[in-house]
Design a protein around this ligand. Sequence first.
Ligand code: NAP
Length: 275
Amino acid sequence: MTQTVLITGCSSGIGRETAKLFQQQGWNVVATMRSPEQEQELNQLQNVTCLKLDVCDGDSIQQAVDQALELFGAVDVLVNNAGYGLIGAFETLSREQIERQFQTNVFGLMELTRALLPHFRQRNSGTIINIASFAGRSTVPLYSVYHASKWAVEGFSDSLAFELSSFNIRVKIIEPGTIRTEFWGRSTDRENQTGVDVYTDYSNKVLGFIDGTAAKISSQPQAVAKAILAAATDGRKKLRYVVGHDARFTLTVRKLLPDFLYNNAIAMVFHRRLG
Ligand code: NAP
């Protein structure tokens, strides 16, 4: 039987590469995106159906799930990938910006999971793959709200894995390091909406350093797609899949060092750069 995967955020980056990889492996792919009418590549591929799904819109979530089930009869794997980064000093970010970040990265992911769970339970089978980040288990300055959203995805997924195991539903967490995608361009919100300007100099220096480092060390989105395929098919109970040498290094150091030493090390990295 051909298996079916439903993926969010397929208009670019990790979602797009994942859709292509699953298609190449012979899966039915429900490639969802906010603007499927603009899609030109995925909808030309055999067994790929592009559907509209905005994770901030409950109706579009339910419609996409209903359409996918009608078209393919079943969904075997859900990939919660859609997301973006709200970056900046916490005090410069508005309540609306923070709510939108959580609506997209956390509540949307929960909502779509909820929409597919009855189907997975009925079949006594299913895999939920949540794209978190190494930023879901480590921290740097100026990413507080993005970190909070990804730490939320990690905690949610960890706990969910326990309660769904008796229904034979697997939960997997993907933790990419820095990946060369639109995340570093149009998928970042860096707008100072509060007018607080005391952080400007600090922000320019820190974000300049982070952006410069990311550009040098980032991995390709295809590497994340491969990890997602492994999580969907390896039959293992393994929960976390780390992608990229930067993520592997950071999370290993994070695990080995006590909190105070790890935080001192991160603080030193940034203070040295700030002069
Ligand atoms: P990307 O190329 O910018 O892709 C983000 C995707 O999310 C786009 O397709 C975007 O769609 C979609 N999206 C945003 N808001 C949405 C909404 N409300 N409903 C549906 N789709 C929405 O960046 P990416 O790197 O592939 O990001 C994918 C995931 O990986 C994100 O969850 C991100 O946090 C995570 N991640 C990225 C990195 C990295 O360094 N790139 C590292 C770790 C984790 P539109 O085209 O409609 O905007």
